[in-house]
Design a protein around this ligand. Structure first.
Ligand code: ADP
Length: 485
């Protein structure tokens, strides 16, 4: 079995270490499976701790040269990478869909979104400014400069196999850091393809290294090695906590983009049709498998029934299937574990009084498909109010007052995204200030863009990605005091 290279001749089934495409020091392999069909689409070497060490060696060796280049020089290479990603967007998207499942149009959207971070940080590479601070004494001067933090380790998930990588690598490389990347073992092919395009763009050997495989072993090297000065992670909150704790031993800087349990509040004065459309965008994108997906949908009781009807109507036209087929607008879930979690959440909610208004069942066959589901009369104590569902389940919860719903929306250890729908300007200010979330979308379900800071509060993580702030996570401040002037 081999990867169909007809659509992406640069696609690789090897690890990328020190500018070379290599096998693993272990003899083990990982099979990459298409979640829509259950077929094996590629076999890759299963990277081990030895491979991770080799990657850190390479990144350490490459660091002095890469960080001594000017921002303008690094910008040029990043820009070349951006151009190549866009040039190959169609075949990158097909590769992404084949290993991850999302419909092709969403995959193209993700590749463009992924590329946008490379473009943005290629520009920001030239704008890493310091300060000249007025000194408290006449005979001294105070300067502040920003320096690359050093070797950066990045660990990324399967739900956005391209964008979660560029969102980390682009600012790190722009800042002058070198990188060791461990993509998800479920979706390594997109990562290798991006690295192949980076190689073509002209990054020096060792600036970018990609090791997929044994997550614990590779993560163990990344967190323990004192040469790695920063870990940036996107994934689940439990794993984020383990990695943060492991980084404490060498006091690494960490960025953690973790789970969410996004509330949506549809107030009685909202534009109903707009709310339905946008809630669907926030809920069913990537079949509900994003950390900013609407997990709890609070609807005012005066519009509750109408909202539920309109939502069901729209969802009933969804066409489930293989994302590579053009008619598909809902892909499969990543694996059977994901299917089981959704079943557990639905059973729990129903056991506590919720009703299945639509869907509620897995779809038998080779792929990991689940029927788009609407639950009504979901009680506050249902499991999905406290855990991230990560699937195509829209639970509708009734509320009566603004105060009550804000309290309920904030009653979660997570604080990534929140959404609200209202046409009342005073309410907009009140609610936006009270919601405990790093990102709040009003009258929209689409909040992701490279120009804005993405990240969470509470147990949703640390740090921000994208925007003018995103590069700060890869820089250290240096204060230089010049005396005797
Ligand atoms: P998800 O629920 O999105 O799969 P995970 O947190 O399990 O989230 O996975 C996100 C990334 O973290 C993946 O690349 C996965 O391989 C990696 N990962 C999972 N467990 C560990 C671990 N103990 N050490 C290092 N990386 C891990």
């Amino acid at each position: 079995i081999g990867l169909d290279k007809s659509f992406a001749p640069y696609a690789k089934e090897r690890l990328f270490i020190n500018g070379k495409w290599v096998g693993s020091a272990s003899d083990h392999v990982i099979e990459v499976i298409n979640p829509a069909t259950g077929t094996i689409i590629a076999t890759i070497p299963k990277g081990s701790s030895k491979d991770a060490e080799a990657a850190v060696d390479a990144a350490t060796k490459a660091l002095p040269e890469w960080k001594s280049q000017t921002g303008k020089e690094r910008a040029r290479i990043l820009r070349a990478w951006f151009d190549l990603i866009l040039k190959h967007e169609t075949d990158l998207a097909r590769l992404l869909t084949a290993e991850q499942g999302k419909p092709l149009n969403e995959a193209v959207g993700e590749i463009r979104y992924a590329a946008s971070f490379v473009e943005w940080f290629s520009e920001e590479a030239k704008r890493v400014y310091g300060d000249l601070i007025p000194a408290p004494t006449q005979d001294s001067r105070i300067m502040v400069s920003k320096e690359p933090i050093g070797v950066v380790a990045a660990i990324t998930p399967w739900n956005f196999p391209a964008a979660m990588i560029t969102r980390k690598l682009a600012p790190a490389l722009a800042a002058g850091c070198t990188v060791v990347l461990k993509p998800s073992e479920l979706t390594p092919l997109t990562a290798f393809a991006l690295a192949a395009l980076a190689e073509a763009a002209g990054f020096p050997n060792g600036a970018i290294n990609v090791v997929a495989g044994d997550a614990q072993a590779i993560g163990g090297v990344f967190t323990a090695d004192p040469r790695v000065r920063k870990l940036t992670f996107t994934g689940s909150t439990p794993v984020g906590k383990i990695l943060t704790a492991a980084c404490a031993a060498t006091m690494k800087k960490v960025s953690m983009e973790l789970g969410g349990n996004a509330p949506v509040i549809v107030f009685e004065d909202a534009d109903l049709d707009l709310s339905v459309t946008e809630v669907i965008a926030a809920k069913f994108r990537n079949t509900g498998q994003t950390c900013v997906c609407a997990n709890r949908i609070f609807v005012h009781s005066s519009i509750y029934n109408e909202f539920a009807e309109k939502l069901k109507n729209k969802i009933s036209s969804f066409r489930l299937g293989d994302g590579l087929l053009h008619e598909t607008d809902q892909g499969p879930l990543i694996n059977q574990i994901a299917v089981e979690k959704i079943e557990r959440h639905i059973q729990d909610a129903v056991g506590k009084g919720a009703k299945v208004a639509m869907g509620g069942n897995r779809i038998e066959g080779n792929g990991n498909f689940f029927a788009p589901t609407v639950l009504i009369d979901v009680p506050q104590d249902a499991l999905l109010n406290s855990e991230e569902t990560f699937g195509p389940v829209a639970p509708l919860i009734r509320f009566d007052s603004e105060q009550e719903v804000i309290q309920a929306a904030n009653a979660t250890p997570y604080g990534l995204a929140a959404y609200a729908f209202t046409n009342d300007l005073r309410r907009f200010w009140r609610v936006s200030e009270q919601l405990e979330a790093g990102i709040v979308g009003f009258n929209t379900g689409r909040i992701s863009t490279e120009v804005a800071p993405f990240g969470g509060i509470k147990e949703s993580g640390l740090g921000r990605e994208g925007s003018k702030y995103g590069i700060d996570d890869y820089l250290e401040l240096k204060y230089v005091c010049l005396g005797d002037v």
